[in-house]
Design a protein around this ligand. Structure first.
Ligand SMILES: NC(=O)c1ccc[n+]([C@@H]2O[C@H](COP(=O)([O-])OP(=O)(O)OC[C@H]3O[C@@H](n4cnc5c(N)ncnc54)[C@H](OP(=O)(O)O)[C@@H]3O)[C@@H](O)[C@H]2O)c1
Length: 351
Protein backbone atom coordinates (compact mmCIF):
# COMPACT_ATOMS: atom_id res chain seq x y z
CA UNK A 1 0.00 0.00 0.00
CA UNK A 2 1.56 3.38 -0.98
CA UNK A 3 2.07 5.80 1.91
CA UNK A 4 2.28 9.57 2.43
CA UNK A 5 3.30 12.13 5.06
CA UNK A 6 0.54 13.64 7.22
CA UNK A 7 0.35 15.97 10.22
CA UNK A 8 -1.95 14.55 12.91
CA UNK A 9 -3.02 14.75 16.52
CA UNK A 10 -2.05 11.37 18.01
CA UNK A 11 -4.67 11.65 20.75
CA UNK A 12 -7.32 14.09 22.02
CA UNK A 13 -5.61 17.27 23.32
CA UNK A 14 -2.25 15.91 22.03
CA UNK A 15 0.51 17.76 20.16
CA UNK A 16 0.61 17.84 16.35
CA UNK A 17 3.24 15.49 14.90
CA UNK A 18 4.29 14.15 11.48
CA UNK A 19 3.21 10.61 10.67
CA UNK A 20 3.17 8.17 7.78
CA UNK A 21 -0.22 6.88 6.66
CA UNK A 22 -1.74 5.00 3.75
CA UNK A 23 -2.97 6.86 0.67
CA UNK A 24 -6.70 6.14 0.31
CA UNK A 25 -8.61 4.93 -2.76
CA UNK A 26 -11.51 7.12 -3.97
CA UNK A 27 -15.03 5.71 -3.66
CA UNK A 28 -17.37 5.72 -6.72
CA UNK A 29 -18.33 9.43 -6.33
CA UNK A 30 -14.94 10.65 -5.10
CA UNK A 31 -11.57 11.77 -6.47
CA UNK A 32 -8.07 11.36 -5.04
CA UNK A 33 -6.24 14.72 -5.02
CA UNK A 34 -2.50 15.30 -4.67
CA UNK A 35 -2.56 18.29 -2.30
CA UNK A 36 -0.40 21.22 -3.36
CA UNK A 37 -1.73 23.66 -0.72
CA UNK A 38 -3.74 23.41 2.49
CA UNK A 39 -5.14 26.36 4.39
CA UNK A 40 -5.04 26.74 8.16
CA UNK A 41 -8.16 27.59 10.14
CA UNK A 42 -8.95 28.60 13.74
CA UNK A 43 -10.80 25.29 14.13
CA UNK A 44 -7.47 23.44 13.78
CA UNK A 45 -6.13 24.87 17.05
CA UNK A 46 -9.52 24.89 18.78
CA UNK A 47 -9.94 21.13 18.23
CA UNK A 48 -6.47 20.55 19.68
CA UNK A 49 -7.08 22.70 22.77
CA UNK A 50 -10.78 22.35 23.43
CA UNK A 51 -11.70 19.09 21.66
CA UNK A 52 -14.67 18.68 19.34
CA UNK A 53 -17.52 16.21 19.46
CA UNK A 54 -17.34 15.42 15.75
CA UNK A 55 -13.76 14.12 15.95
CA UNK A 56 -14.32 10.63 17.29
CA UNK A 57 -11.23 8.72 16.17
CA UNK A 58 -7.58 9.41 17.02
CA UNK A 59 -4.96 9.77 15.65
CA UNK A 60 -6.84 12.52 13.78
CA UNK A 61 -5.68 14.38 10.67
CA UNK A 62 -7.22 17.89 10.58
CA UNK A 63 -7.23 20.63 7.92
CA UNK A 64 -10.40 21.83 6.22
CA UNK A 65 -9.50 23.37 2.89
CA UNK A 66 -7.15 22.56 0.10
CA UNK A 67 -6.11 22.82 -3.53
CA UNK A 68 -4.29 20.31 -5.71
CA UNK A 69 -4.26 18.00 -8.73
CA UNK A 70 -6.68 15.12 -9.37
CA UNK A 71 -4.71 11.83 -9.39
CA UNK A 72 -7.48 9.23 -9.57
CA UNK A 73 -11.27 9.30 -10.11
CA UNK A 74 -14.08 7.03 -8.87
CA UNK A 75 -16.18 5.08 -11.39
CA UNK A 76 -19.21 7.45 -11.27
CA UNK A 77 -17.26 10.71 -11.55
CA UNK A 78 -17.97 12.83 -14.63
CA UNK A 79 -16.98 16.27 -13.26
CA UNK A 80 -13.19 15.77 -13.19
CA UNK A 81 -10.41 13.84 -14.91
CA UNK A 82 -6.87 13.01 -13.84
CA UNK A 83 -4.72 16.17 -14.04
CA UNK A 84 -7.50 18.69 -13.22
CA UNK A 85 -6.49 21.42 -10.78
CA UNK A 86 -9.17 21.82 -8.09
CA UNK A 87 -10.00 23.46 -4.75
CA UNK A 88 -12.37 22.05 -2.14
CA UNK A 89 -13.34 21.87 1.54
CA UNK A 90 -12.04 19.06 3.71
CA UNK A 91 -14.13 17.25 6.30
CA UNK A 92 -13.52 15.78 9.75
CA UNK A 93 -12.31 12.30 8.86
CA UNK A 94 -8.75 11.23 8.09
CA UNK A 95 -9.68 10.44 4.46
CA UNK A 96 -11.10 13.92 3.86
CA UNK A 97 -8.79 16.21 5.90
CA UNK A 98 -6.10 18.36 4.28
CA UNK A 99 -3.01 18.29 6.55
CA UNK A 100 -1.52 15.54 4.37
CA UNK A 101 -0.18 14.95 0.85
CA UNK A 102 -3.19 13.13 -0.62
CA UNK A 103 -6.88 13.62 0.18
CA UNK A 104 -10.18 12.06 -0.91
CA UNK A 105 -12.77 14.62 -2.09
CA UNK A 106 -16.45 14.37 -3.06
CA UNK A 107 -16.19 15.09 -6.80
CA UNK A 108 -19.22 17.43 -6.98
CA UNK A 109 -17.74 19.56 -4.19
CA UNK A 110 -14.50 20.42 -5.99
CA UNK A 111 -14.17 23.43 -8.29
CA UNK A 112 -11.51 23.77 -10.97
CA UNK A 113 -8.79 26.27 -10.05
CA UNK A 114 -5.28 25.99 -8.75
CA UNK A 115 -3.62 27.54 -5.69
CA UNK A 116 -6.99 28.50 -4.29
CA UNK A 117 -6.64 26.72 -0.97
CA UNK A 118 -7.63 29.95 0.77
CA UNK A 119 -11.16 29.80 -0.55
CA UNK A 120 -13.33 26.93 0.63
CA UNK A 121 -14.04 27.37 4.35
CA UNK A 122 -14.53 31.13 4.39
CA UNK A 123 -16.68 30.98 1.35
CA UNK A 124 -18.78 28.08 2.58
CA UNK A 125 -19.40 29.80 5.90
CA UNK A 126 -20.41 33.05 4.26
CA UNK A 127 -22.65 31.28 1.78
CA UNK A 128 -24.21 29.22 4.54
CA UNK A 129 -24.99 32.37 6.54
CA UNK A 130 -26.57 34.32 3.71
CA UNK A 131 -28.32 31.65 1.66
CA UNK A 132 -28.89 28.39 3.59
CA UNK A 133 -32.35 27.79 5.00
CA UNK A 134 -32.91 28.43 8.70
CA UNK A 135 -31.62 27.58 11.32
CA UNK A 136 -28.21 28.07 9.62
CA UNK A 137 -28.70 31.03 7.33
CA UNK A 138 -30.89 33.98 6.31
CA UNK A 139 -32.36 31.98 3.37
CA UNK A 140 -31.80 34.68 0.72
CA UNK A 141 -31.69 33.65 -2.96
CA UNK A 142 -28.01 32.99 -3.93
CA UNK A 143 -26.56 35.14 -6.73
CA UNK A 144 -26.00 32.04 -8.88
CA UNK A 145 -29.75 31.20 -8.86
CA UNK A 146 -32.21 32.91 -11.19
CA UNK A 147 -33.14 36.38 -9.96
CA UNK A 148 -30.59 36.27 -7.13
CA UNK A 149 -27.98 38.64 -8.56
CA UNK A 150 -28.47 42.15 -7.11
CA UNK A 151 -31.85 41.18 -5.64
CA UNK A 152 -31.33 42.81 -2.21
CA UNK A 153 -30.23 46.26 -3.31
CA UNK A 154 -32.48 48.09 -0.88
CA UNK A 155 -31.25 46.19 2.18
CA UNK A 156 -28.35 47.15 4.43
CA UNK A 157 -26.18 44.68 6.34
CA UNK A 158 -23.63 45.01 9.13
CA UNK A 159 -20.64 42.61 9.09
CA UNK A 160 -18.66 42.31 12.31
CA UNK A 161 -15.07 41.29 11.44
CA UNK A 162 -15.02 41.89 7.70
CA UNK A 163 -11.26 41.25 7.44
CA UNK A 164 -11.58 37.68 8.69
CA UNK A 165 -11.53 34.92 6.11
CA UNK A 166 -15.18 34.24 6.80
CA UNK A 167 -16.12 37.88 6.68
CA UNK A 168 -14.46 38.54 3.42
CA UNK A 169 -16.26 35.86 1.53
CA UNK A 170 -19.36 36.75 3.10
CA UNK A 171 -16.40 33.36 3.41
CA UNK A 172 -17.27 30.83 0.40
CA UNK A 173 -14.63 28.65 2.92
CA UNK A 174 -11.80 29.31 4.77
CA UNK A 175 -8.77 29.38 2.84
CA UNK A 176 -10.93 32.01 1.61
CA UNK A 177 -9.52 35.29 3.22
CA UNK A 178 -10.40 38.20 3.34
CA UNK A 179 -13.90 38.41 3.48
CA UNK A 180 -15.97 36.18 1.43
CA UNK A 181 -19.06 37.37 3.23
CA UNK A 182 -18.56 40.86 1.89
CA UNK A 183 -17.93 39.51 -1.61
CA UNK A 184 -21.12 37.49 -1.78
CA UNK A 185 -23.18 40.20 -0.07
CA UNK A 186 -22.01 42.57 -2.84
CA UNK A 187 -23.10 40.09 -5.53
CA UNK A 188 -26.52 39.93 -3.87
CA UNK A 189 -26.77 43.70 -4.04
CA UNK A 190 -26.83 44.52 -0.30
CA UNK A 191 -26.16 48.19 0.34
CA UNK A 192 -24.78 49.70 2.41
CA UNK A 193 -22.41 46.93 3.57
CA UNK A 194 -20.98 48.29 6.81
CA UNK A 195 -18.14 46.33 8.41
CA UNK A 196 -15.93 46.53 11.47
CA UNK A 197 -12.20 46.00 10.89
CA UNK A 198 -8.81 47.49 11.60
CA UNK A 199 -8.63 50.64 9.48
CA UNK A 200 -5.47 49.45 7.70
CA UNK A 201 -7.78 46.91 5.95
CA UNK A 202 -10.10 49.63 4.57
CA UNK A 203 -8.74 49.64 1.00
CA UNK A 204 -8.86 45.86 0.78
CA UNK A 205 -12.41 45.64 2.15
CA UNK A 206 -13.87 48.42 0.01
CA UNK A 207 -12.28 46.80 -3.06
CA UNK A 208 -14.18 43.61 -2.17
CA UNK A 209 -17.53 45.37 -1.74
CA UNK A 210 -17.75 46.96 1.71
CA UNK A 211 -19.24 50.45 1.45
CA UNK A 212 -18.14 51.63 4.93
CA UNK A 213 -15.49 50.45 7.40
CA UNK A 214 -15.92 51.19 11.11
CA UNK A 215 -12.76 51.00 13.26
CA UNK A 216 -13.06 47.74 15.15
CA UNK A 217 -10.95 49.17 18.00
CA UNK A 218 -13.69 51.64 18.96
CA UNK A 219 -15.74 50.47 21.96
CA UNK A 220 -18.62 48.21 20.89
CA UNK A 221 -20.93 50.55 22.84
CA UNK A 222 -20.44 53.10 20.03
CA UNK A 223 -21.42 50.66 17.24
CA UNK A 224 -25.01 51.90 16.90
CA UNK A 225 -23.81 55.49 16.72
CA UNK A 226 -21.21 54.62 14.03
CA UNK A 227 -23.80 52.77 11.94
CA UNK A 228 -26.24 55.69 12.30
CA UNK A 229 -23.59 57.98 10.76
CA UNK A 230 -23.79 55.83 7.59
CA UNK A 231 -27.48 55.08 7.25
CA UNK A 232 -30.77 56.06 8.84
CA UNK A 233 -32.21 52.67 7.81
CA UNK A 234 -32.75 50.51 10.92
CA UNK A 235 -30.41 47.50 11.11
CA UNK A 236 -32.22 44.22 10.64
CA UNK A 237 -29.34 42.03 9.38
CA UNK A 238 -26.02 41.39 11.12
CA UNK A 239 -23.35 38.81 10.28
CA UNK A 240 -20.83 38.23 13.08
CA UNK A 241 -17.63 36.57 11.78
CA UNK A 242 -15.79 37.26 15.06
CA UNK A 243 -18.46 35.85 17.37
CA UNK A 244 -16.94 36.55 20.77
CA UNK A 245 -19.64 36.89 23.42
CA UNK A 246 -19.11 40.68 23.28
CA UNK A 247 -19.46 41.03 19.49
CA UNK A 248 -22.46 38.66 19.39
CA UNK A 249 -24.28 40.72 22.05
CA UNK A 250 -23.38 44.03 20.38
CA UNK A 251 -24.64 42.74 17.02
CA UNK A 252 -27.85 41.47 18.59
CA UNK A 253 -28.46 44.73 20.45
CA UNK A 254 -27.98 46.65 17.19
CA UNK A 255 -30.94 44.87 15.59
CA UNK A 256 -34.41 46.32 15.50
CA UNK A 257 -37.39 44.10 16.32
CA UNK A 258 -37.79 41.41 13.64
CA UNK A 259 -34.03 41.52 12.85
CA UNK A 260 -31.70 38.55 12.40
CA UNK A 261 -28.07 37.88 13.32
CA UNK A 262 -25.95 34.97 12.04
CA UNK A 263 -22.94 34.06 14.19
CA UNK A 264 -19.83 32.04 13.23
CA UNK A 265 -19.51 30.32 16.63
CA UNK A 266 -22.06 28.81 19.04
CA UNK A 267 -24.45 31.58 20.16
CA UNK A 268 -23.90 33.06 23.63
CA UNK A 269 -26.39 35.94 23.26
CA UNK A 270 -28.67 36.89 26.16
CA UNK A 271 -31.99 36.97 24.33
CA UNK A 272 -35.42 38.10 25.49
CA UNK A 273 -38.60 36.66 23.98
CA UNK A 274 -40.16 40.10 23.64
CA UNK A 275 -37.18 41.20 21.48
CA UNK A 276 -38.56 39.27 18.46
CA UNK A 277 -35.04 38.80 16.99
CA UNK A 278 -33.60 35.64 15.43
CA UNK A 279 -30.13 34.17 16.09
CA UNK A 280 -28.76 31.86 13.37
CA UNK A 281 -25.66 29.64 13.60
CA UNK A 282 -23.97 28.90 10.29
CA UNK A 283 -21.68 25.95 9.61
CA UNK A 284 -19.18 26.25 6.79
CA UNK A 285 -19.47 22.71 5.48
CA UNK A 286 -21.66 21.23 2.79
CA UNK A 287 -20.50 17.68 3.47
CA UNK A 288 -23.45 16.58 5.70
CA UNK A 289 -25.99 14.72 3.51
CA UNK A 290 -28.82 17.24 4.10
CA UNK A 291 -26.61 20.09 2.79
CA UNK A 292 -24.90 18.33 -0.12
CA UNK A 293 -27.34 19.35 -2.86
CA UNK A 294 -27.02 23.04 -1.91
CA UNK A 295 -23.21 22.69 -1.88
CA UNK A 296 -23.23 20.93 -5.25
CA UNK A 297 -25.14 23.83 -6.83
CA UNK A 298 -22.69 26.32 -5.38
CA UNK A 299 -19.58 24.38 -6.48
CA UNK A 300 -21.02 24.00 -9.99
CA UNK A 301 -20.81 27.82 -10.30
CA UNK A 302 -17.50 28.50 -8.58
CA UNK A 303 -15.13 27.67 -11.44
CA UNK A 304 -16.85 30.32 -13.60
CA UNK A 305 -17.22 32.87 -10.78
CA UNK A 306 -13.51 32.76 -9.93
CA UNK A 307 -12.46 32.63 -13.60
CA UNK A 308 -14.53 35.77 -14.29
CA UNK A 309 -13.28 37.43 -11.07
CA UNK A 310 -16.77 37.75 -9.61
CA UNK A 311 -15.13 36.29 -6.52
CA UNK A 312 -11.45 36.63 -5.68
CA UNK A 313 -9.36 34.41 -3.41
CA UNK A 314 -7.91 35.86 -0.25
CA UNK A 315 -4.33 37.08 0.01
CA UNK A 316 -2.17 34.27 1.39
CA UNK A 317 1.09 33.78 3.28
CA UNK A 318 2.93 30.51 2.62
CA UNK A 319 4.25 28.91 5.80
CA UNK A 320 7.82 27.54 5.71
CA UNK A 321 8.70 23.81 5.81
CA UNK A 322 5.44 22.35 4.54
CA UNK A 323 3.21 20.59 7.06
CA UNK A 324 5.74 21.32 9.85
CA UNK A 325 5.05 25.06 9.49
CA UNK A 326 1.40 24.62 10.41
CA UNK A 327 2.16 24.28 14.13
CA UNK A 328 3.72 27.76 14.39
CA UNK A 329 1.05 29.14 12.03
CA UNK A 330 -1.71 27.93 14.35
CA UNK A 331 0.01 29.60 17.29
CA UNK A 332 -0.05 32.92 15.40
CA UNK A 333 -3.73 32.45 14.52
CA UNK A 334 -4.55 31.73 18.16
CA UNK A 335 -2.76 34.89 19.27
CA UNK A 336 -4.65 37.07 16.76
CA UNK A 337 -1.49 37.89 14.82
CA UNK A 338 -2.99 37.29 11.36
CA UNK A 339 -4.79 40.16 9.68
CA UNK A 340 -6.56 40.16 6.31
CA UNK A 341 -4.95 37.02 4.86
CA UNK A 342 -4.93 33.23 5.00
CA UNK A 343 -2.05 31.06 6.07
CA UNK A 344 -1.33 28.14 3.77
CA UNK A 345 1.17 25.28 3.73
CA UNK A 346 2.58 23.25 0.83
CA UNK A 347 2.52 19.60 2.02
CA UNK A 348 5.26 18.53 -0.44
CA UNK A 349 7.73 21.02 1.09
CA UNK A 350 7.73 19.02 4.34
CA UNK A 351 11.33 18.17 5.32
N1 LIG B 1 -19.29 28.28 11.80
C1 LIG B 1 -18.38 27.84 10.96
O1 LIG B 1 -18.58 26.92 10.17
C2 LIG B 1 -17.04 28.52 10.94
C3 LIG B 1 -16.19 28.35 9.83
C4 LIG B 1 -14.97 29.01 9.81
C5 LIG B 1 -14.60 29.79 10.91
N2 LIG B 1 -15.44 29.88 11.99
C6 LIG B 1 -15.07 30.73 13.14
O2 LIG B 1 -15.19 32.08 12.70
C7 LIG B 1 -14.20 32.86 13.36
C8 LIG B 1 -13.37 33.59 12.29
O3 LIG B 1 -12.65 32.61 11.53
P1 LIG B 1 -11.69 33.07 10.36
O4 LIG B 1 -11.07 31.88 9.74
O5 LIG B 1 -12.43 34.03 9.48
O6 LIG B 1 -10.60 33.86 11.22
P2 LIG B 1 -9.43 34.81 10.75
O7 LIG B 1 -9.46 35.03 9.28
O8 LIG B 1 -8.17 34.28 11.33
O9 LIG B 1 -9.83 36.16 11.53
C9 LIG B 1 -8.83 37.11 11.78
C10 LIG B 1 -9.45 38.49 11.59
O10 LIG B 1 -10.44 38.69 12.60
C11 LIG B 1 -10.58 40.09 12.74
N3 LIG B 1 -11.03 40.39 14.11
C12 LIG B 1 -10.57 39.84 15.26
N4 LIG B 1 -11.24 40.37 16.31
C13 LIG B 1 -12.10 41.29 15.81
C14 LIG B 1 -13.05 42.17 16.39
N5 LIG B 1 -13.23 42.24 17.71
N6 LIG B 1 -13.78 42.94 15.56
C15 LIG B 1 -13.62 42.91 14.21
N7 LIG B 1 -12.72 42.10 13.61
C16 LIG B 1 -11.97 41.30 14.41
C17 LIG B 1 -9.20 40.69 12.47
O11 LIG B 1 -9.47 41.82 11.68
P3 LIG B 1 -8.48 43.07 11.51
O12 LIG B 1 -7.26 42.50 10.83
O13 LIG B 1 -9.23 44.01 10.62
O14 LIG B 1 -8.18 43.59 12.87
C18 LIG B 1 -8.44 39.57 11.71
O15 LIG B 1 -8.07 39.97 10.40
C19 LIG B 1 -13.34 31.89 14.20
O16 LIG B 1 -13.79 31.93 15.54
C20 LIG B 1 -13.63 30.55 13.58
O17 LIG B 1 -13.45 29.47 14.50
C21 LIG B 1 -16.64 29.28 12.02
Amino acid sequence: MPTQTALWLPKEFGQYELATRDIGKPGPDEVLVKLMATAVNPLDWKIQEIGYFMIKDYPAVLGFEGAGIVEDVGENVIEHVKGDEVFFSGFMTNRHSTFQQYVIVLAVHAAKAYQAASIPVGLATAVDALYSPKPHGFAFTPPWEEGGRGKYKDRSIVVLGGASAVGQFGKLSNELAPSFFIQVARLSGFSPIITTASLHNTTLLTSLGATHVVDRHLPLSSLAQEVAKVTSTPTNLVFDAVATSETQQAGYDLLVSGGQIAVALPPTIQTKLEDDKQVLKMWGSFYPPEKREFGTRMYSQLTRMFAEAELVPLPVEVLPDGLNGIVAGLERLKNNLISGKKLIAHPWDTA
